[in-house]
Design a binder for this molecule. Structure first.
Ligand SMILES: [Zn+2]
Length: 314
């Protein structure tokens, strides 16, 4: 039995051919292309393998393993101060919530890459009127569906909002994913995105792309801008750069562990400097990450107009 609510189930579509799917015991069937999408531990796996870097089998195995394992114990390293600091997300999510609630009394929001609660989302998820459909390619405590952001298994115009936080750097084709976000949003639907600019490789092999402020704006060129700016500042970027500079000096596991601990203990304060830098012009050139809140539009921002939106310093 799937955990997908009945009202949203009518908007489910085959991620391969976009035809409606039918629920059967422990699976969904596409009547058009005959694809089968299993339901594992109550979580449907909507992966279109020909266009995905993931297979249904590995996603299903991940769900089975997660269902039978206990939560990972807290590591002592988690007690160290973090070198990362997001100074925008909490206020941005509140702005996003108010925008959603001004368009619908019960907005429906798709979360892509939402296996755990994103930074700054604690208050957002307490808005009981906002219905969340939390998805990811990997299992996690909040996941209600496994799907790939390159092929979102929902009909056109299903959602009032989409959240994609710290995900677009980890997808193979971020432009394709944003096309999908545009497709599944209602005509005036809203998107909230956060994506890094200066941040070293994280997530191993699953890390592909970075965006400048304008590069990020261009990614969402089919959206009218509500607001955009830095969410993680130059201090965080410097701390990450210092840590990874030292890490580049050795492959020794023990030394690398010492470097991580040492740099976290000595550079964690840099993120606090970002409090004073978030709205400076210099930060537009040096931020660790940017956010964008936009409204779905049929007008495409031209590259000529895009250039006029540059806010850095020569
Ligand atoms: Zn199909």
């Amino acid at each position: 039995m799937s955990v997908i609510a009945a009202d949203i189930a009518t908007s489910l579509r085959c991620p391969g051919c976009q035809a409606p799917v039918q629920e059967r015991p422990n699976k969904y069937l596409c009547n058009q292309c005959q694809a089968i999408y299993p339901v594992v531990a109550g979580i449907p796996v909507f992966i279109h393998e020909p266009r995905s870097a993931f297979t249904i089998k590995e996603c299903a195995n991940g769900l089975t393993a997660a269902a039978s394992s206990s939560p990972a114990p807290r590591r002592w390293r988690d007690c160290l101060p973090s070198i990362s600091g997001n100074h925008g997300s909490e206020a941005n999510f509140e702005e996003f919530a108010q925008l959603l609630l001004s368009t619908s009394p019960r907005p429906r929001v798709l979360v892509l890459g939402g296996r755990i609660l994103g930074t700054g989302m604690e208050a957002f998820v307490k808005h009981a009127e906002i219905e969340l459909v939390e998805t990811d390619v990997c299992p996690g405590p909040r996941v209600k569906m496994i799907c790939d952001a390159h092929d979102v298994p929902f009909a056109d115009g299903t959602f009032d909002g989409v959240i994609i936080q710290a995900v677009l750097e980890h997808v193979c084709d971020p432009w394709r994913c944003v096309e999908e976000i545009h497709r599944v949003l209602k005509p005036q639907g809203l998107v909230y995105a956060e994506t890094p600019f200066i941040q070293q490789v994280h997530g191993g092999a699953w890390d592909f792309t970075r965006f400048t402020d304008l590069g990020h704006r261009r990614l969402f060129r089919r959206f009218e801008q509500v607001s955009r700016g830095a969410c993680c500042g130059p201090g965080m970027a410097l701390a990450w750069s210092f840590q990874y500079f030292l890490l580049s000096l050795t492959e020794n596991k023990w030394l690398r562990g010492c470097i991580r601990i040492g740099t976290e203990l000595t550079t964690f304060w840099l993120k606090n400097v970002d409090h004073f830098l978030m709205h400076t012009r210099g930060t537009q050139d040096a931020a660790s990450g940017f956010y964008f809140i936009g409204r779905r539009s049929d007008i495409i921002l031209s590259d000529r107009d895009l250039i006029k939106e540059w806010r850095g310093i020569i």
